[in-house]
Design a binder for this molecule. Structure first.
Ligand code: CTP
Length: 215
């Protein structure tokens, strides 16, 4: 059905010194389920670009990266030939300005680490999206969730945004289940709390619907 599917997954890790890094709680489960579901349905070959995670799909072309900059380079190599791109990775927003090649010593009571923003890979993809390419992003919001999601959808030129409302009741990160909203330009659909495997199946239903409408 699709020529090539590009999925990013997992966290990125941003090195500080040889033994330390900045990262986040992304498990990589949803990205892995998205790839497995594509295979189960025979939707097309998957290129799976992932940060460090235990959740790796079978029978995908797997590209392992660590930092946001490495993920961006891998995405830049593969995006052109993909007709569906799903950015499920939790890309670290910031990295350390400096990499300390020698392990940092705990000399002082306080330590200030200067951070610099990472490139927004999805924003870049949105800026050069081809006709017929379906671009899917994820978001985690805690307030004004729908207004922020619509803004993000437009700013990043997305066709679909999978919106997580992060709360005590829905931790999302690290959990087996999730409750999400599927945000499109023409409306929002609330999904019940369900396994991440089922979320992945619903996301594919939506992508297939969008691709059908586009083509
Ligand atoms: N993303 C990316 N490159 C980044 C940051 C995020 O490609 N440097 C992608 C993620 O893969 C995800 C989406 O953009 O698909 C998340 O967008 P973001 O603006 O980071 O949303 P939130 O995580 O909701 O963060 P914020 O609170 O900053 O809006």
């Amino acid at each position: 059905m699709f020529k090539r599917i590009l999925i990013t997954s997992g966290p990125t890790i941003e090195p500080i010194d040889p033994v330390r890094f900045l990262s986040n709680r992304s498990s990589g489960r949803t990205g892995c389920h998205l790839a497995e579901e594509a295979r189960r349905r025979g939707l097309g070959p998957v290129v799976f670009i992932t940060g460090p995670t235990a959740h790796i799909p079978a029978r995908a072309q797997v590209v392992r990266v660590e930092s946001a900059q490495e993920m961006r380079a891998a995405v830049n190599e593969h995006w052109r030939r993909a007709d569906v791109i799903i950015m499920a990775a939790a890309v670290s927003d910031y990295r350390s300005v400096k990499y300390y090649p020698d392990k940092m010593k705990k000399d002082g009571e306080r330590l200030t680490l200067e951070l610099v923003k990472n490139p927004d890979i999805l924003l870049e993809l949105g800026g050069r999206k081809r006709r017929g390419q379906v671009l899917v992003g994820f978001a985690a919001e805690t307030e004004d969730i729908f207004a922020n999601a619509q803004k993000k959808l437009l700013a990043k030129n997305l066709d679909l945004l999978v919106l997580n409302e992060i709360s005590a009741a829905n931790p999302a990160f690290g959990s087996e289940e999730n409750q999400v909203y599927l945000v499109r330009r023409d409306g929002v659909r609330r999904l019940e709390t369900m396994s991440k495997a089922l979320v992945a199946a619903r996301v594919w239903d939506e992508i297939i619907d969008l691709a059908g409408r586009a083509g």
